[in-house]
Design a protein around this ligand. Structure first.
Ligand code: G16
Length: 552
């Protein structure tokens, strides 16, 4: 395509998706995220970039997901998905940011500049898959995405409302047909099909109950589980809540982020003591479990991403031993948010190597690729398991040539692999993985919770003038700027038994996140509040200074 025909890029922008704001926007932890009304031009331009990316990848399909995931309803976002279903290559984030922020008048020239810079052959075909979440602003943004694709003569394919991990899965399948069929039916066939296969091999026994409550965050994940539920033949007794409609708002007072951050149950339904609840987030890429006890003031017990990682890793270890493939190296990848007790449990009890990386599944995914089997989870419930070719080939060989017991374990493991969405963290796939392990062990949710005891922790948000004033190192565990902040955090942490704390700028909200853990909840709350005050004082806090909790 000669650059002269790029006039259409400008024409579409001016006529349909003009840039109406000067607010600078950055490709963050999971793409662009901000108020939905500031995004239309950004999404249009990402449609352009997706076509360029597809051509750089020899016409392989690229994904675009319209979602702000765990954020509240007024926000929206867009992220690009690379050909293997993984997050956009990091070196392109700067290019995406540049293209999103130029004026309409400079858009054509910047597009030409980027095409040259990345050496895209504009004569090649280009294919872009587009998915969206349930936000009312998503259809308009998905249309802008498609226009961006069309403006550069790419071919868009719209999937309508799907979970984010489904879109990742479709992209992977489109580029690698050995992985599955690139549509919703193909997803159910592979992931839910594998779950049903496994269930035929396992008997429900011990303290495991098939009853599972779902908090759907009033988003897309619950709706898809409603579809799946009809085909489960009673293998799970799903009680679905917060499915949208009935006045419930997306991620508000419910969903994985609410449950994890506030450490309180979802609103919107009545909880039965000791029954498992799985809480999804708005676009179905995160999951945490919890239950409440029968105290007069019911206490909540949370089973977050760390718990899921340890549960899955310990079960895979057992299966590897049973099929004689313990030489395959497994590792767990976490972030600074991982509860210290989980890291100790992994190291001391499970004896599995553990790595800590920066927040963002893209960083965890990358680190997990270094193992034969990499289990990666953020504490917020975002994660999955990835298996190397070597691991898959080894297990597959054992399933054909091994001794009867080894074969059985290998066959189970192969279904376990099929049930895993290896492209990205996936609440639905993770749910089936967790349910499989609990069922195989005959374990109740309380027994799962008893594997280790979390250190009390607290997460807070601080609003500052410029969150990028905080820069970090050592997998975000240490602040480099502003000057004096890390020294202050160190002094505060030193006051508490088992104290640990850090502050980092969020990549999905215009805030600084603070995390603290300590020997008691009172101390964790106090440490988090004190660190928040230090951030507010030294990093240009806005509004009211964070207060210390009443018990201080
Ligand atoms: C996204 C990312 C996650 C990250 C989370 C919060 O999740 O995919 O890896 O942990 O944002 O990021 P931050 O602390 O930088 O705001 P989601 O579920 O919103 O897509």
């Amino acid at each position: 395509m000669p650059p002269s025909s790029l006039r259409v890029v400008y024409a579409f922008a001016r006529e349909m998706h003009p840039k109406t704001t000067d607010v600078f926007i950055q490709y963050g932890t999971a793409g662009f995220r901000t108020k939905a009304n500031l995004l239309e031009h950004v999404v249009y331009r990402m449609g352009l970039l997706a076509v360029i990316r597809s051509r750089v990848k020899n016409g392989r399909t690229i994904g675009m997901m319209i979602t702000a995931s765990h954020n509240l309803e007024p926000d929206n976002g867009v992220k690009l998905v690379d050909p293997d279903g993984e997050m956009l290559e990091e070196s392109w984030e700067e290019i995406a940011t540049r293209l999103a922020n130029v004026s309409d008048n400079d858009l054509e020239a910047t597009t030409v500049e980027i095409i040259k810079e990345v050496n895209a052959d504009m004569a090649l075909k280009a294919s872009v898959f587009i998915g969206m979440d349930t936000r009312y602003t998503s259809p308009r943004l998905a249309a802008a995405a498609a226009n961006g694709v069309i403006a550069l003569k790419g071919t868009p394919k719209e999937f309508g409302i799907v979970t984010t991990p489904m879109l990742h899965f479709f992209v992977k399948c489109r580029n690698d047909n050995t992985y599955g069929t690139p549509n919703e039916e193909g997803y159910y066939e592979k992931i839910v099909g594998a779950f049903k296969n496994i269930r035929k091999r396992l008997t429900v026994h011990g303290n495991y109950s098939t009853r599972l409550h779902i908090d759907g965050a009033n988003g897309v994940g619950g709706k898809k589980l409603n579809i799946i539920n009809k085909s489960l033949d009673g293998q799970l007794d799903l009680q679905l809540h917060n499915l949208g409609g009935n006045g419930g708002k997306l991620n508000l007072g419910c969903g994985a982020d609410h449950v994890k951050v506030t450490q309180t149950p979802a609103t919107g339904f009545t909880h039965t003591p000791f029954e498992r609840v799985a809480s999804l987030d708005g676009d179905g890429d995160r999951i945490v479990y919890y239950y409440v006890n029968d105290d007069p003031e019911p206490k909540m017990f949370l089973l977050d991403g760390d718990r899921i990682a340890t549960l899955l890793a310990s079960y895979i270890t057992e299966l590897l031993q049973a099929c004689g493939a313990q030489h395959l190296q497994m590792g767990i990848v976490q972030t600074a948010y991982a509860n210290g007790a989980s890291t100790n449990y992994i190291t001391d009890t499970l004896k599995i190597p553990v790595k800590c990386v920066k927040t963002g599944v893209k960083h965890l995914h990358h680190a997990a690729l270094g193992f034969d089997i990499g289990v990666y989870f953020e504490a917020n419930g975002h994660g999955t398991v990835i298996y190397s070719k070597n691991a898959k080939n080894t297990i597959s060989r054992i399933s054909q040539e091994g001794e009867p017991e080894a074969r059985k374990a290998a066959e189970l493991l192969l279904d376990f692999i099929d049930m895993t969405n290896e492209t990205v963290g996936d609440a639905l796939s993770d749910l089936f993985l967790v349910e499989t392990v609990l069922c195989a062990r005959g374990a109740s949710v309380q027994q799962w919770a008893d594997y280790y005891t979390d250190l009390p922790c607290r997460q807070l948000k601080v609003i500052v003038q410029d969150r990028n004033a905080i820069t970090t190192t050592d997998a975000e565990r240490q602040c480099m700027t502003p000057e004096g902040l890390q020294t202050r955090i160190n002094e505060l942490v030193a006051k508490y038994n088992h104290g640990r704390a850090f502050a980092r700028p969020s990549g999905t909200e215009d805030i600084v996140r603070v995390y603290a853990e300590a020997d008691t909840q009172t101390n964790a709350d106090l440490l988090a509040a004190e660190v928040s005050q230090a951030v507010f004082d030294l990093a240009g806090g806005v509004g009211a200074r964070p207060e210390l909790p009443a018990q201080a």
